[in-house]
Design a binder for this molecule. Structure first.
Ligand code: PLP
Length: 973
């Protein structure tokens, strides 16, 4: 008998994650379809996506799970990871994340959903946090200037190598690397040096003095723990016109002299042990610090101090507004997405502990290490001397020791058959030391007595004398209340996704669902050392395998590497695969990379890093790749054609009809097709690059697959390839360690011919954030992912359509529709009224909006990508703001507002400006602050007025602002 109640299935549907992830509901979707003039989502899709590439079958993915089921599933995976006490070290150390930082930064959407701080006025909070990080790094390393941030220590070392190449007087092509750097650092240097034609010379530290090289890299303390005085070496290196780069440990620097004090020119490293968990390898914030003289050729992002329109200090990205406006072929590196969230955490760790706290943590770590060393020596075991936190235990049966350690739930570093490494850290306890000593048969009866009898083991000449962290920010917020309020005050200065849509073209600022975020801080994911043995990481392996398979299914490729920790790293890995494949066919001379002029700046920068020659292909009037020009260029360079890099749908926001033909042309001339997958949000479930003729893509999991932007990182940039390129994906393990004390190299130190080395320090890159994308796909399922794509297309077309009477959309496809983003052309308005796209971007702040992408890929335009997660109400709020702004521009056209003294030119308006006793503007205060009535109910006040870009680049200042600079402000208050 049928009953009147709704079926169980209908009732269950309303719990689906899909309905939470996607902004508009059914009724709203119907209304929006009407506005864009399409009968259904499928019809809309057909009208936008070329038939030649459209999928006819759904993705082959497991049925979707709701949030609770998916969390239970991933909980089961997490439980299969085993948490051992890891004393492996090798660049990764146990740390205690201050709980106040864990909850209020890492787990706080105000921080993790923020975008890269291109819009300075709404990013002052995170930029202050980053300048704290820069100051901390510059102080501890003893260098003039530090960036914020790089992807990992190994790639930072590679950046130091290229910086040295650019900046050194020596014209040598050789870079000398100490054999005592971390193995993964050497491995990544090998990969990067090969692409650039740099020869690596690896040898003992002493040889660096004589080597004919443009630069030298040392590790301090070195990978086996030794702390050595390199001042003499530094002089010898400088005498040859070469530069000295040092890979340093920040915690050790709290006790030992800064590399800057004894001659280093560049210092790199990882800030992981400042409160950021292992995470099976990442993400962590690496850093690069250098002498002032090199600041203009530094890689990565640099926060600096400028002034705002009121003359008050204000932060902004300094010098290198490269990233999206990256200097293409002339770029100094391809770094775009970095590790901002983790840099913020590490900086806060220093704010929390202050110089005294850091020194105490370092001293305690060292003390415990010294006690362990004393106990081992007492038992006749050799441990080396002059160490900070790491012992190289030699002359033992390593196999037996490791077996005993595993029994005790302990991991030690595997070095060779006769030695192991032990690194202590902030989390080490008295019991740990006793247990560790016990593994070697050394009994400690009375640790305090041993303590009293054991001197420190740091070389006296290298004791730290240079002061650090003297700025008040590191000496004020030491009670939890103070720090909590400081972090809250910073977050309140910023606009992130928890307050407004961030309609950034190309960056896909979609929902980062809470359920996706929850697993990443579980200890079973967070507290796993990247070199933990395989039987402790089964859960991770299964998650990684599963994610790789699902991404392969979404893209139509055959194999995926999750190692690249940003999109640009994925590009680099993909292009290396192409080069290696050509080489395997005896065609290593193929080095020309065709790149359309509309490409993202990282594309040519990555090609450059692989030693490719970039040839630019024109775009036609409709924004498409000019197929005739492509054909001509491919033919002209046929002998040397390596690849085409194409973004699809294009950065112009359209699905080019000719993409299949484009792939055929490139293949016909011997090249491979690289599809930049940053725009995958317009494709998932609708078309697959791997099926229409592309050979390789990177994805941006921090765009399409829900990893939050974190204020500019972390990211994951998987490299996905067709089967023929699979053997050339990045390798997953460093070569055996170079010959250290007693270490024997298992092979000649070379990979099998043709193989590609590692591109990141850790085998699985930023492993600990992979659960986010896994959760997303598992909760969405095939139908959900397709619907997300379709609604992303709908939302973009809805915005374009509603704004059409006010701002023309620059490029559209065959049916007059856009893809998942639209470029609003403001250039005619500029000509008519002098109002620029930038003025509109800044005026949006007064409406509480984060601006769209400004002047990329076309100068003078705004690119809007609403994503599927924005509701109709939020889209309308944006549309209304844009229409009101258009009215203001019209008022300028009509002479109702002054051409110079108007709310656009003076935007954004701070509370201080609009409430000042004196108001001299030619327009009302109310218009300045509340251009729409709804703003009276809820208003975001920017903390600073418009930030002066020119001033900031002329007077480069990249450390915490000295208190004196705020005097005027204080006097007024
Ligand atoms: C974001 C983006 C990239 C670079 O990705 P990162 O993760 O920032 O390195 C490359 N290409 C396009 C089109 C992008 O939008």
């Amino acid at each position: 008998m049928p009953h009147a109640a709704p079926s169980l299935r209908e009732l269950e549907h309303h719990d689906a994650f899909l309905a939470r992830h996607i902004g508009p509901n059914e009724a709203e979707i119907a209304r929006m379809l009407e506005v864009v003039g399409q009968p259904s989502l499928d019809a809309l899709t057909d009208a936008i996506v070329p038939a030649s590439i459209r999928l006819d079958a759904p993705l082959d993915l497991p049925a979707p799970l709701d949030e609770h089921e998916a969390l239970a599933r991933i909980r089961a995976l997490a439980n299969r990871n085993k948490i051992f006490r890891s004393f492996i070290g090798q660049g990764y150390y146990g740390t205690r994340t201050p709980n106040v930082v864990l909850r209020n930064i890492l787990e706080n959407p105000a921080w993790y959903t923020a975008y890269t701080p291109y819009q300075a006025e709404i990013s002052q909070g995170r930029m202050e946090a980053l300048i704290n990080f820069q100051t901390m790094v510059a102080d501890l390393t003893g260098m003039d200037i530090a960036n914020a941030s790089l992807l990992d220590e190994a790639t930072a070392a590679a950046e130091a190598m290229t910086l040295a190449k650019r900046a050194a007087k020596s014209k040598s092509d050789t870079f000398f690397v100490s054999e005592r750097v971390h193995p993964q650092t050497l491995e990544v240097l090998r990969t990067r040096a090969a692409g650039l034609g740099i020869a690596l010379q690896v040898g003992p530290d002493e040889d660096a003095a004589q080597a004919d090289s443009f630069g030298v890299l040392l590790q301090y303390p070195d990978t086996y723990g030794r702390v050595r005085d390199h001042a003499g070496l530094a002089e010898a290196v400088h005498a040859r016109g070469a530069l000295l780069a040092v890979s340093a440990d920040l915690l050790a620097l709290a006790l030992i002299e800064a590399p800057g004090a004894w001659g280093a020119d560049i210092v790199v490293g990882n800030s992981q042990r400042f409160g950021v968990p292992f995470g099976f390898g990442g993400p962590h914030a690496a850093f690069l610090a250098c002498r002032d003289a090199f600041k203009r050729s530094m890689p990565g992002r640099l926060i600096g101090v400028s002034v705002d329109s009121q003359g008050q200090p204000a932060y902004r990205l300094t010098l290198q507004t490269r990233e999206q406006h990256i200097r293409r072929e002339k770029a100094t590196s391809n770094i775009c997405t970095a590790q901002v969230l983790l840099a913020v955490m590490a900086g806060m760790y220093a704010v929390y502990h202050g110089p005294e706290g850091l020194k105490r943590i370092a001293a305690r770590t060292h003390r415990l290490t010294a006690l362990l060393a004393a106990a081992l020596r007492g038992a006749g075991v050799a441990v080396g001397e002059d160490f900070f936190d790491t012992l190289h235990v030699t002359g033992i049966d390593a196999g037996a020791i490791h077996a005993r350690a595993r029994e005790a739930g302990i991991n030690l570093r595997a070095i060779d058959d006769e030695s192991v490494g032990i690194s202590l850290d902030e989390t080490a306890t008295r019991d740990d030391v006793i247990a560790l000593a016990g593994l070697f048969g050394a009994a400690i009866d009375d640790l305090d007595a041993l303590d009293a009898a054991t001197p420190d083991a740091l070389p006296a000449a290298l004791r730290r004398r240079t002061p650090y962290l003297q700025h008040p920010v590191f000496n004020t917020y030491h009670s939890e209340h103070e720090l909590l309020r400081y972090m809250r005050a910073l977050a309140d200065k910023d606009l992130a996704l928890d307050r407004t849509m961030i309609p950034l073209g190309s960056c896909t600022m979609k929902l980062n669902a809470t359920a996706e975020m929850i697993p990443i801080t579980w200890p079973e994911f967070a507290n796993i050392h990247p070199l933990a043995p395989a039987d402790q990481t089964e859960g991770y392996r299964e998650l990684i395998d599963g994610l790789e398979r699902m991404l392969a299914e979404c893209t139509g490729y055959d194999a995926v590497s999750l190692q690249p920790n940003s999109g640009a790293q994925g590009e680099f890995a993909g292009l290396l695969a192409i080069r290696a494949w050509h080489a395997s066919r005896g065609e290593s001379h193929r080095d020309v990379c065709l790149i359309p002029e509309s490409a993202h700046g990282t594309n040519p920068a990555s090609a450059q890093m692989c030693g490719m020659r970039v040839v630019v292909v024109k775009c036609d009037r409709d924004g498409n790749v000019d197929v005739e020009d492509l054909r001509a260029q491919a033919a002209k360079h046929a002998d040397r054609l390596a690849a085409l890099m194409i973004t699809y749908p294009s950065t112009h926001g359209v699905f080019e009809e000719a993409v299949v033909e484009i792939c055929e042309i490139v293949h016909a001339h011997g090249g491979q097709v690289y599809t930049d997958g940053a725009n995958m949000n317009a494709l998932v479930g609708v078309a697959k690059p791997g099926k229409w003729g592309s050979d390789v893509s990177h994805l941006n999991l921090h765009k399409t697959f829900c990893i939050p932007h974190g204020g500019g990182g972390p990211g994951v940039g998987p490299c996905a390839v067709k089967a023929h390129l699979a053997p050339f994906l990045p390798s997953s393990a460093p070569l055996p360690p170079p010959a250290g004390e007693g270490a024997r190299r298992a092979d000649g130190g070379e990979r099998p011919a043709g193989a590609v080395g590692m591109v990141s320090a850790a085998r699985f890159g930023s492993a600990s954030i992979l659960p986010i994308s896994w959760m997303y796909i598992v909760m969405m399922g095939a139908a959900g992912l397709k619907r997300a794509t379709q609604v992303a297309l709908l939302n973009a077309n809805y915005v374009a359509k509603r704004l059409a009477p006010h701002y023309p959309t620059l490029y559209t496809g065959r049916s007059g529709l856009v893809a998942h983003e639209c470029i609003l052309d403001l250039r005619p308005l500029k000509d008519a009224t002098g109002i620029s796209a930038e003025d509109v971007a800044k005026r949006l702040i007064d409406f509480g909006f984060h601006a769209p992408t400004l002047s990329f890929p076309v100068a003078g335009t705004l690119m809007v990508e609403p994503t599927e997660s924005e509701s109709l109400a939020e889209l309308d709020r944006f549309v209304e703001a844009m229409i009101q702004i258009r009215e203001e521009i019209r008022a300028i056209e009509d002479g109702r507002l002054d051409r110079e003294d108007n709310p656009l030119k003076h935007a954004p308006h701070t509370a201080a400006a609009v409430t000042a006793s004196e108001w001299t503007r030619a327009y009302p205060r109310e218009l300045a602050a509340f251009p729409l009535p709804s703003l009276k109910k809820q208003k975001y006040w920017p903390p600073v007025g418009r930030v002066d870009n020119v001033h900031g680049d002329k007077h480069v200042m990249c450390a915490c602002i000295p208190i004196e600079a705020f005097k005027d402000e204080a006097a007024e208050a």
